[in-house]
Design a protein around this ligand. Structure first.
Ligand SMILES: [Zn+2]
Length: 467
C-alpha cells in the first residue's frame, strides 16, 4: 500500500466516522507522482534543481508550509511527473551508454527516461551526465535489467532474421530488446543491441568491445588514460577535444595517455574513436565527456626578476619546449610508479594560480617545487633518455627526459646539469644539482611532467601507475 493510499483511507475513515467534529487538514502527498527519498546533505534547493521544479511547487506537492524542515529518509513527492510511480534516484551515464542501453541497464523504459529527465537532445547523452531513473513501486512486476551486451552493426539491407541467426539469437528477443514494432521494422542508425556476453552493455560499434577511461569525469591538470579492447584486427585513431590520441598495444588492449590542461574550461569535450577495418571500412564511436575543475587555489604573489616576465621571452621558451617534447617515442622506457626526484619537501603544488610582481593571476604553476639548498643533488624519477640540457631564461639550467609514449619530464633552476643529451638514465640516478637559475625567488627544484604535449600534476605519477 502506498503512503498516498493510506492517507486517503485515513481521510476517508475520518470523514465517515466523525464528519461533524473533524475537518480534514491539508495532509502531505497532495499530488500524484513518484517519490524521492531525501539523502544526507540534501536541501530543497538541491532537490528542486535536480528535478527542475520550483521550491513552492515542491512544498505544495507535499502539503508543506514554507518553514517545513526535511530530513534524510523523508519521502517527497516530486511534482510534474503525474502518472509515473516509484522511487526516483540519480545515476551517472557511463561512456558508451545511450538512452537505449540505459533503459536496458536500469529497466526503465526509454520514453519514461525521456520524460523524467526532460531531455532536449536524447541522441547526445554525455559520459558523466546525471540521469534521473526510477525504481519500481513495491509489488510492481519485476523488471529485467541487463548488465552485459553489445551493439550489432548492420550492413544496409541485412534482414533482422539473418542477423539474429548469425548471432545465435531469437529474432523476437532482438525485436523486443530494441523496442521494434516488428521484425520488418526499419532500423535507424543501422544498429541493434543484444544482451549477454563478457562486456558491459554499451553502444560501441563492432569491432570495439570496450573503451575505458582511467577515470571520468576528466579533471584539469590530471593525466587522462584510455584503454580500448577490439574483437578483431583494426587500426584505431582518436581525438579528445583538440588532442590527437596515440593508441599503442598494451597486452590484449590498446592504451593511450593524454594530459588534461590545468586551465581547460570545465565543460563537455568531444571524444571520438575511429576504427579502420582491414577492408578499409571505418566505424566511428563518438560521445562527449565531462571535464571538471581541479579546484586549484591562488598563491600569494611572487617576486621575481622582471626580465623573466617578458611575454616574448615566455612565448619563445614555451615554443622551444613544446618543439622538444613534440615527438612520440614508440618505446616506453618507464615501468611502474615514478620516484620523487628530491626529498626535502614540496613548497609549491602543481596547478596553483599565480601572479608575479603584483600582476594579474594569468598563469598557473606548471610543475611541483621541491625545497633544497644550492648544490643539493636530485634524481631521475624514472627511466628515460635525456633529450635536452642547457640554459633557458625562465627555467634556468634545464634538463628534459623523454620517457617514451609522449611522456616527458623537465627540471629547472639547476646549479649543475650532470647528464648529457642522448644518455639513458635510470630511476634514482643523480642527474643534477639544485640551484637558483632562471625565474626564481630562491633555490629549489621545479619539476614538470608533460603528457601528450600538456603539463600535468607530477604527484599523480608518484601515486598511480601509468599505463
Ligand atoms: Zn615551480
Amino acid at each position: 500500500m502506498t503512503a498516498l493510499n493510506s492517507i486517503n483511507r485515513l481521510l476517508l475513515l475520518g470523514l465517515i466516522l466523525i464528519p461533524a467534529l473533524y475537518r480534514a487538514p491539508v495532509a502531505r502527498a497532495q499530488v500524484d507522482g513518484p517519490v524521492y527519498v531525501v539523502l544526507e546533505g540534501d536541501s530543497y534547493w538541491a532537490i528542486a534543481d535536480t528535478f527542475k521544479v520550483t521550491i513552492p511547487d515542491l512544498l505544495a506537492a507535499n502539503g508543506f508550509s514554507a518553514n517545513h524542515i526535511i530530513n534524510p529518509g523523508d519521502r517527497l513527492v516530486i511534482p510534474g511527473y503525474e502518472g509515473i510511480h516509484g522511487t526516483l534516484s540519480i545515476q551517472t551515464v557511463e561512456l558508451g551508454e545511450t538512452l537505449a542501453t540505459l533503459a536496458l541497464r536500469t529497466g526503465v523504459p526509454a520514453d519514461t527516461l525521456l520524460r523524467l529527465n526532460r531531455l532536449v537532445n536524447p541522441e547526445r547523452l554525455y559520459a558523466g551526465q546525471a540521469m534521473i531513473i526510477l525504481e519500481p513501486e513495491e509489488g510492481a512486476a519485476d523488471v529485467t535489467r541487463w548488465e552485459t551486451g553489445r551493439m550489432l552493426s548492420l550492413s544496409a539491407g541485412t534482414p533482422l532474421v539473418a542477423l539474429a541467426a548469425a548471432e545465435g539469437k531469437n529474432p523476437w528477443e532482438l525485436t523486443s530488446l530494441n523496442t521494434l514494432s516488428s521484425q520488418a521494422d526499419q532500423f535507424s542508425g543501422q544498429s541493434l543491441l543484444t544482451v549477454g556476453g563478457d562486456f558491459p552493455l554499451r553502444a560501441w560499434p563492432t569491432p570495439l568491445e570496450d573503451i575505458q577511461f582511467r577515470s571520468l569525469p576528466l579533471v584539469q591538470g590530471k593525466t587522462g588514460e584510455i584503454f580500448i579492447t577490439l574483437s578483431g584486427d583494426a587500426q584505431v585513431a582518436g581525438t579528445l577535444g583538440d588532442w590527437n590520441l596515440n593508441f599503442r598495444e598494451l597486452g590484449e588492449r590498446l592504451a593511450t595517455l593524454q594530459g588534461i590542461h590545468a586551465t581547460a574550461a570545465p565543460r563537455t569535450y568531444p571524444f571520438q574513436v575511429t576504427v579502420t577495418l582491414a577492408d578499409g571500412r571505418t566505424r566511428v564511436f563518438e560521445q562527449d565527456v565531462l571535464l571538471i575543475s581541479g579546484n586549484y587555489p591562488q598563491e600569494a604573489d611572487l617576486k621575481v626578476p622582471p626580465e623573466t616576465l617578458d611575454p616574448q621571452t615566455i612565448a619563445a621558451e614555451s615554443e622551444q619546449t613544446r618543439a622538444i617534447i613534440a615527438p612520440f617515442s614508440e618505446e616506453r622506457f618507464w615501468d611502474g610508479l615514478f620516484l620523487a626526484p628530491a626529498s626535502k619537501g614540496i613548497t609549491s603544488l602543481f596547478g596553483n594560480r599565480r601572479s608575479y610582481n603584483n600582476g594579474a593571476y594569468y598563469s598557473f604553476h606548471a610543475g611541483v617545487d621541491y625545497a633544497g639548498r644550492d648544490k643539493d643533488p636530485f634524481y631521475a624519477p624514472a627511466a628515460g633518455r635525456v633529450i635536452f640540457t642547457g640554459p633557458l631564461t625562465i627555467c634556468g639550467n634545464a634538463t628534459i627526459i623523454d620517457h617514451g609514449w609522449g611522456v616527458y619530464s623537465r627540471y629547472c633552476h639547476q646549479h649543475t646539469i650532470k647528464v648529457q643529451v642522448g644518455e639513458m638514465v635510470q630511476p634514482g640516478q643523480e642527474i643534477g644539482l639544485i640551484g637558483r637559475t632562471g625565474r626564481v625567488d630562491g633555490p629549489h627544484l621545479h619539476w614538470e611532467i608533460w603528457v601528450g604535449g600538456v603539463q600535468v600534476n607530477p604527484l599523480q605519477w608518484l601515486e598511480e601507475v601509468f599505463p
